[in-house]
Design a protein around this ligand. Structure first.
Ligand SMILES: [Cu+2]
Length: 383
């Protein structure tokens, strides 16, 4: 029943995209944790451990240490609930210690897409892109540390497409676990407003615009001047960026006036510092002894009220002379990313009605564009 429903929703996806051996459901384990916010309202916090994830050797000729997993029906902590926050990290399977740049392990990307909703930025009927996180391991907290009753309404019938990319730059294979801490409230609790994620990208709303050519050292990437135009009113309560090494700041403008500036920090703790000579030849990080990677990026909270017709645009500043870019698993400079995940809260009743009325997006159309951009080509599998 469940399988046929997914298959129907996804249409011809299996005919057009081949299965990669690492795709499909990962084993998982769920542990309860102490909730951080709204405990008195029955909030719950869990850690879901996905894996073990067997990373190939960085010297492996086929993969160069790159692991990719795509699962169209990923384990989430709840159905019919309000997700109020989440934060990911990677640990080693054997000792539970953090796996990060200092160990030559990279959480390149983890992204969520809700297949039963329609995207708010791209008009091509894509499924709803919720967010992407990278090695910065950003916390998404829709409650703004318990000061705002807001969250993402997940229905029991929703299917979350999770995409995971991890890179091992060590000569030896390693085994890691991806852990995500989720906080949520069961049901649709009173007075909680509903978060709508809007993907604002320098590549444009449907990711079709070119980036500065690889090798450009200092530049500002600007999204289209047409930006994202709000179709409804809401509160822009949280803006979470995703950028790559080399970024110096990223700005969001409302009707051409800057309302949010995100600034990355590099190597704030030793986990985010790699050392020359630690990794094998194909992944040399540069000429200095220490190499500092993005360890956090500032977020913007309680940003602005949005009304229909408001235009939001993005600009992102890179300086590769100051901060050397990461190399991808092929040993080339990694493509730049510059995205801001706008979380716009709509009033409760209106938000619930909009979620209930939302229809599944067209994953094939989304996948085709992503493949054209050279990301994740042809590796989606129906569970
Ligand atoms: Cu990225």
């Amino acid at each position: 029943m469940r399988f046929s429903r997914i298959a129907a929703a996804l249409g011809t996806i299996r005919a057009t995209l081949a299965q990669a051996p690492q795709d499909g459901p990962l084993p998982y384990k769920i542990e309860p944790l102490e909730p951080k916010y709204f405990k008195e309202l029955g909030s719950q916090r869990v850690k879901i451990s996905y894996g073990p994830i067997n990373l190939p050797s960085g010297n492996d000729e086929a993969s160069h240490g790159h692991f990719s997993n795509r699962n169209l029906n990923s384990k989430f902590p709840c159905g019919d609930c309000i997700i109020t926050g989440w934060t990911p990290t990677l640990v080693f399977a054997d000792d539970g210690k953090l796996a990060n740049a200092n160990n030559n392990i990279w959480l390149h990307h983890i992204g969520f897409t809700n297949l039963n909703r329609t995207d708010h930025a791209c008009e091509n009927n894509w499924p709803e892109r919720m967010n992407v996180n990278g090695n910065e391991r950003s916390t998404f907290d829709f409650t703004l540390k318990g000061t705002r009753k807001a969250g993402y309404l997940l229905r029991a019938t929703d299917h979350i497409f999770m995409a995971i990319e991890v890179l091992n730059m060590n000569p030896a294979p390693r085994t890691v676990i991806l852990t995500i801490e989720f906080e949520y409230l069961p049901g649709t609790p009173a007075n909680f407003d509903i978060v709508f994620p809007v993907w604002l990208d320098v590549k444009g709303n449907c990711l079709a615009n070119p980036l500065p050519p690889k090798g450009t050292r200092v530049f500002t990437a600007r999204g289209p001047t047409t930006g994202w135009v709000a179709p409804w009113s809401g509160d822009l309560i949280l803006a979470v960026p995703h950028i790559h090494d080399g970024n110096t700041r990223q700005e969001i403008s409302l009707n051409d006036k800057i309302i949010c500036t995100s600034v990355p920090a590099y190597g704030e703790t030793s986990e985010f510092v790699s050392h020359k000579g630690d990794s094998h030849g194909g992944h040399d990080h540069g000429s200095s002894e220490h190499h500092y990677h993005v360890s956090s990026i500032s977020q913007c909270e309680n940003v602005a009220k949005i009304v229909p017709g408001n235009k939001l645009t993005i600009a992102s500043h890179y300086d590769m002379e100051k901060h050397a870019p990461m190399k991808d698993h092929g040993g080339e400079e990694e493509a730049v990313m510059a995205i801001q995940f706008l979380h716009v809260v709509r009033p409760r009743e209106e938000g619930i009605a909009a979620v209930m009325a939302s229809k599944p997006g067209n994953l094939t159309a989304f996948s085709e564009q992503v493949s054209k951009n050279g990301v994740g080509a042809g590796t989606i599998v129906v569970p």
